[in-house]
Design a protein around this ligand. Structure first.
Ligand code: NDP
Length: 330
């Protein structure tokens, strides 16, 4: 049986797992009816929590982390996928409960996959990765709520991160005025390049808000939660929507019902893990049509499996900007 290289996490007595790059066979992979020759994965916040042990993401060891992957079908008994087709894998517990993307081979049920849109290849797909898919799903929440560019600016929090950066890029490409919220001055120039019209300081959102404040955003995409989300809500205009997707800034949440009752504000959760196939396909298609990866090249760093641990530490310490692509064959 042919073997391949993968990064695997082993349980230890401490919260930090033992991380090894090993040669494995198909038998070491979780079950599924599609086997993929993986080309690229990406490093997301959840992967960084898993690899460093800073979050309780992995419960069954040993585990191959990596919540996404893109490659070519090697074997398939799923009638929707054929040998040689390019596919993208995200969510469904991959890299958490099902062996994941930090491996040269990946095996999953076909229902976890979408076909790679024509305009993308595996590298470009993972330049977007789960962060890009999630950013696009948040933008879809804004579009589907009927908010138009003329309605007013859209705030994006955690804009310096993977999800926030893609949301900023897509919204500005679609003609929206984006007010990017970041805690890092070093991100200002890059966010302007991605299309942000205003840069706002995260510290101004780390306060106890009033139940209702002057409104200044038609909507918001929030990737940090906590106090930032609570402070955004009373500043959203009548009929606005907030797509909330992350909790890098905390998971506690305190607000009043006033913005929801008096301004008809809608708070919509966005979770790429459970997004149905049709919505994921639509999001990938829109990403491929509206954003060229050239726009992201400057803020994408490519690493090999041997650099995952160090880069995960940097990501947890908020020292990474943009997207981290993992070339699993390097
Ligand atoms: P990144 O680490 O790339 O970005 C997170 C950003 O949040 C940072 O760049 C920083 O932005 C900001 N941030 C970090 N720490 C804090 C803090 N203590 N308080 C406030 N803001 C902070 O992560 P991703 O973009 O990959 O993910 C963002 C969030 O979205 C995470 O919580 C992640 O778990 C979640 N997520 C959810 C998905 C889903 O399907 N539900 C999928 C993917 C991600 P800046 O420096 O600009 O202030």
């Amino acid at each position: 049986m042919t073997d391949f290289r993968a990064l695997r996490l082993h349980q230890t007595d401490t919260s930090a797992p033992d991380v090894k790059i090993e040669r494995l066979t198909k038998d070491d992979l979780s079950i599924g009816n599609v086997l993929i020759a993986n080309e690229f994965s990406s490093l997301n916040y959840k992967d960084a929590l898993a690899v460093t042990g800073k979050g309780k993401i992995i419960r069954d060891f040993p585990m191959i982390p990596g919540i996404d992957a893109a490659g070519v079908v090697l074997e398939s008994s799923d009638p929707s996928f054929h040998e040689g087709e390019h596919v993208i894998l995200t969510g469904h517990g991959v890299g958490e409960t099902h062996t994941g993307g930090m491996s040269e081979q990946v095996r999953v049920p076909g229902s976890y996959l979408v076909k790679t849109p024509q305009a993308l290849d595996s590298k470009k797909a993972m330049q977007f990765g789960t962060g890009g898919l999630t950013g696009m799903l948040c933008v879809l929440a804004v579009l589907d709520a009927g908010l138009k560019p003329a309605d007013g600016p859209i705030a994006v929090s955690g804009a310096g991160g993977g999800v926030g950066g893609i949301a900023t890029t897509v919204l500005s490409t679609l003609g929206y005025e984006v007010h990017a919220i970041t805690g890092r001055e070093s991100e200002h120039a890059r966010l302007k390049e991605l299309g942000a019209t205003e840069i706002l300081n995260r510290a101004d959102f780390a306060r106890d808000p009033k139940p209702l404040e002057s409104t200044r955003f038609a909507g918001a995409i929030d990737t940090v939660g906590g106090q930032v989300l609570a402070t955004l809500i009373p500043q959203i205009m009548y009929n606005g929507v907030i797509a909330a997707t992350g909790n890098a800034g905390g998971f506690q949440f305190s607000t009043t019902v006033f913005p929801f009752i008096l301004r008809n504000i809608r708070l919509q959760g966005v979770d790429s893990v459970h997004a149905p196939t049709e919505i994921r396909e639509r999001a990938w298609q829109l990403l491929s049509e509206n954003v060229t990866t050239d726009q992201l090249d400057g803020s994408t760093r490519t690493i090999g499996l041997d650099q995952v641990v160090d880069t995960a530490e940097q990501l947890i310490n908020n020292e990474v900007s943009g997207r981290i692509l993992i070339d699993v064959r390097a």
